[in-house]
Design a protein around this ligand. Structure first.
Ligand code: ATP
Ligand code: LTN
Length: 325
């Protein structure tokens, strides 16, 4: 039994990439591990968020976790800003983190290009807050998509640097990245990852997209040259669509390739669009059945539990560095 921590930013509605790369894994892990799943709202504000929309997105993210199968009886679900120790520990870790290490972070470089007029200190410091999220709870494993591996690596480095300076305090965690589905690509550009903050809504299938609109997005998705339904190098678009199809249907990519021998892209995409449409309908039925009151109760219970753990850990940390406890 391991301690598991992960989180998603409430920057917009969650998309298929977030589900297939992250939450699907969480649902499996909650069975035999101690799991903490967070809505990381303080990370979200490193890019400007409209306050009214952010408030809705925080609840929507938590409802999405529930509707995708995260079970509050098995896992704790909470909002990052409800436990103030995350920011407190982030400050302390700032005194250990090297600017040169943060400058190497790919996400920072990408976001700095995307948000040229708002390259704020929070955007730069983002991985340190993420390290605090993870280290605060003696986390062993961090299930994330491929893009977050580098941040978990940095978390390990910070844990070790802190331990070296002040004595054994933090557990150095490891990332848990699925072999398959860890990097779902954009439907409009299979060379870039599917992202909530992509410029075009045709990049992603949001889990709250109208199922008919989502089906159309699949029909419109970019394909590769040629006409074979095959995955592999030189076929980034088909590899991506086959991955999505396989993960949603449970059929292997090999079986799907066999099934579509001799078919064109049109027939393949039509079937995939139906799989996606059905998945979204089923998800949205569950999502719409969850009231605000119900999700607030889950978040409240989660935050209370996490505060207990966080307060205890912060006492140890403060003591180690010579602060009065
Ligand atoms: P944003 O575009 O706002 O930066 P995002 O779409 O990248 O957001 P995050 O909140 O950063 O989503 O990521 C939440 C989780 O989903 C992380 O574990 C991340 O690795 C995973 N994830 C995000 N995008 C993908 C993707 N395209 N394929 C697989 N996993 C993904
Ligand atoms: N940076 C992550 C979100 C995140 C996270 C975490 C993930 C914040 N804190 C702790 C795992 C563990 C992202 O997906 N963009």
């Amino acid at each position: 039994m391991s301690r598991i921590f992960s989180g998603i930013q409430p920057t917009n509605n969650l998309h298929l990439g977030n589900y297939l790369g992250a939450v699907k894994n969480w649902v499996n892990l909650q069975k035999d591990n101690e799991c903490f799943f967070c809505v990381v709202d303080l990370h979200a504000i490193t890019v400007y968020q409209d306050p009214k929309v952010l408030r809705q997105n925080i609840l929507a993210a938590a409802k999405t976790y529930l509707a995708l199968g995260v079970d509050p009886k098995k896992a704790k679900i909470f909002v990052q800003s409800d436990v103030k120790e995350h920011t407190e520990l982030a400050w302390i870790l700032n005194t250990v983190a090297k600017i040169s290490e943060l400058e190497r972070m790919t996400q920072f470089k990408d976001k700095s290009i995307q948000h040229k007029s708002n390259i704020n200190v929070g955007l730069f410091d983002y991985p340190v807050l993420m390290a605090a999220d993870i280290l605060l709870y003696d986390t062993n494993l961090v299930p994330v998509g491929e893009d977050q591996k580098q941040h978990v690596e940095l978390t390990r480095v910070l844990a070790k640097q802190f331990n070296h300076l002040y004595g054994e305090t933090f557990v150095a965690p490891e990332s848990l990245v699925n072999k398959f589905g860890a990097r779902i690509m954009g439907l409009d550009d299979p060379t870039k990852k599917m992202s909530k903050s992509a410029a075009s809504a045709n990049n992603y299938v949001a889990l709250l997209d109208d199922p008919k609109v989502a089906a159309k997005k699949i029909m419109r998705a970019v394909t590769d040259s040629g006409s074979e339904i095959k995955s592999g190098s030189g076929k980034p678009a088909l590899t991506n669509l086959l991955t999505i199809y396989s993960l949603l249907s449970g059929e292997t990519v090999k079986d799907l390739e066999k099934k579509y021998i001799g078919s064109g892209y049109g027939a393949f995409k039509k079937d995939l669009s139906e799989v996606v449409e059905e998945f979204l309908k089923d998800f949205q039925k569950k999502y719409n059945n969850i009231s605000d009151a119900e999700v607030l109760k889950v978040l409240n219970t989660g935050a209370n539990h996490m505060r207990g753990l966080a307060e205890k850990k912060m006492k140890v940390v403060k003591n180690k560095i010579g602060l009065l406890v």
